[in-house]
Design a protein around this ligand. Structure first.
Ligand code: HEM
Length: 72
């Protein structure tokens, strides 16, 4: 299994989920009503998962470079 591929795909779909949750939150905020707790979770849960997958994607090219340098 190619982990990098699946982590990139997850990051991509989580970004969509986060954006959709953000839009829901923006509309609730514009109505001036206090949001139910689960409405906040619509953004917090994807964001919480975007962080480790994003950090993995960030380190990936660096790790490849470090490994190549070790080969020489
Ligand atoms: C929370 C911290 C986040 C970190 C550390 C992070 C980091 C990264 C990194 C390093 C990449 C790879 C860039 C590349 O290969 O050139 C990436 C790709 C991407 N990020 Fe994030 N990101 C974060 C949050 C977000 C958020 C909030 C969104 C959008 C709502 C987002 C959307 C995307 C998308 C759409 C891609 C391209 C994925 C693909 O199709 O290859 N990221 N991110």
């Amino acid at each position: 299994m190619n982990w990098s591929h699946w982590i990139r795909q997850s990051h991509r779909w989580l970004a969509l989920a986060f954006t959709a949750g953000f839009i829901v939150n923006a509309f609730v905020a514009m109505r001036g009503a206090e949001a139910a707790f689960w409405v906040y979770l619509l953004v917090l849960v994807p964001l919480f998962l975007l962080l480790p997958t994003g950090l993995y994607l960030f380190v990936l090219p660096l790790a490849v470079r470090w490994r190549r340098r070790g080969e020489v």
